[in-house]
Design a protein around this ligand. Structure first.
Ligand SMILES: [Zn+2]
Length: 248
């Protein structure tokens, strides 16, 4: 049993929040979050989830750290190049907060393994960089009735979309995107300003903490961030009756 004092000090600013308090923090500490991808978005989201004391953080990434990642993937340094992202991120987060459980999943998840991981989670944060994975994660979240927060960042733009956990009356990611939108893929070809994925990952962490703490959150919303104007715009996502995943 860890000493409770460091926890109380760590979470003092949360305990002082009227919307959170001891009950909200206890819920966060009892919660489990699954992160898909520990790149620019995942590094930022995972840092705040771990620092905020989410009880169990699962990190899924099959990739290794590349030197071109270091400008935005802030859990890694030059010594980590060539090493597994999930493992290096887990090691760093354990240093940041030794009082939580962290699980590194260092392989590409097939549908069955993903379903198992999603079942363990109270909230899923998808920071992956391709639509095949985003659709696969959405399918698993709809099947398990799990809250999904999906993020993407490219060039000077970012977006996040929030769905579930009740998909009978609210939309899913597949209601928003019926097919892959290539303009949201391939950081390597298009470039990305370092802090943009960090900003998206940070808002995803806020939304995940709200969900875990039981603070009312919107379902079926797309938030668009434009780094040129600095504006964040919210758009409601409509549920599609003919959605192949959550439709009637
Ligand atoms: Zn749907």
């Amino acid at each position: 049993m860890p000493d409770e004092k460091p926890n109380l000090s760590r979470h003092a600013r949360h305990l002082a929040l009227a919307q959170l308090g001891a009950t909200g923090q206890e819920r966060i500490s009892a919660g489990t979050a699954l992160l898909i991808g520990v790149g620019g978005i995942g590094c930022a989201a995972a840092s705040y989830l771990a620092a905020s004391g989410v009880g169990h953080v699962l990190l899924s990434d099959f990739d290794t750290v590349d030197a071109t990642n270091l400008g935005r993937q802030t859990l890694y340094g030059p010594d980590d190049v060539g090493k597994q992202k999930a493992r290096q991120a887990a090691t760093r987060l354990a240093q940041m907060n030794p009082d939580i459980e962290i699980t590194a999943i260092e392989k590409r998840l097939d549908n069955a393994a993903l379903a198992d991981a999603v079942k363990q989670a109270d909230v899923v944060l998808d920071g992956s960089d391709n639509f095949a994975t985003r659709f696969q994660v959405n399918d698993a979240c709809v099947a398990a009735s799990t809250r999904l927060i999906s993020g993407a960042a490219i060039r000077l733009e970012g977006q996040l979309a929030e769905f579930g956990p009740d998909y009978t009356t609210s939309p899913c990611y597949r209601c928003l995107y019926q097919e892959a939108d290539e303009s949201l893929e391939n950081c390597a070809g298009n470039g990305v300003l370092g802090p943009v994925p960090g900003a998206i990952g940070t808002i995803m962490a806020i939304e995940a903490l709200k969900h875990l703490a039981g603070i009312e959150s919107r379902r079926g919303v797309l938030r668009l961030f434009d780094a040129i104007s600095g504006e964040l715009r919210s758009v409601a996502v409509a549920k599609r009756d003919d959605c192949p995943v959550c439709g009637l």
